[in-house]
Design a protein around this ligand. Sequence first.
Ligand code: GDP
Ligand code: MG
Length: 163
Amino acid sequence: GRPILAIVGRPNVGKSTLFNRIAGKRISIVEDEPGVTRDRIYAEGEWLNNYFNMIDTGGIEPNSEDIILSQMRTQAEIAIETADVILFMVDGKEGLTSTDREVANMLRKSNRKVILVANKVDSHTPPNTIYEFYELGLSEPIMISASHGYGIGDLLDEVISNF
Ligand code: GDP
Ligand code: MG
């Protein structure tokens, strides 16, 4: 079948904004059980005639700080189980958080290809916080602005080169 790209990251980093920008017309929400946080959203993506399936693992937005980390672990597990390439999104404005570190550790231990993406880099000058992400031991962060559409082409070039 088509290669699968999963998008993983903390709530509010911009996963769904990127997902919607890349997505084709067919977006479907898969709900396992009401109130269960394994909900995923699927869509088709295409770049330069390369077709792939995309999963937004974000699910329900948590309303409590306490459950964010456990949700993140579940997200990462889903991505590791199912994806060929995992796009790990961090917030380039906010900088590195302890939750980012935890998830990065999980992803690094998997055998999946992980692409680190720093979102919300809305201007040409990268914020100083960008250097914090190098300590995650992943690839160099690809800087994008999902809402403005900057850097998406370079990101998708990197994605399809890893399928
Ligand atoms: P998710 O929870 O990771 O799916 O994040 P969303 O896609 O729902 O976005 C969370 C918030 O960040 C929304 O208010 C978006 O408009 C905003 N956002 C997303 N991408 C960008 C970006 O590139 N720059 C800025 N400044 N805001 C963004
Ligand atoms: Mg979302």
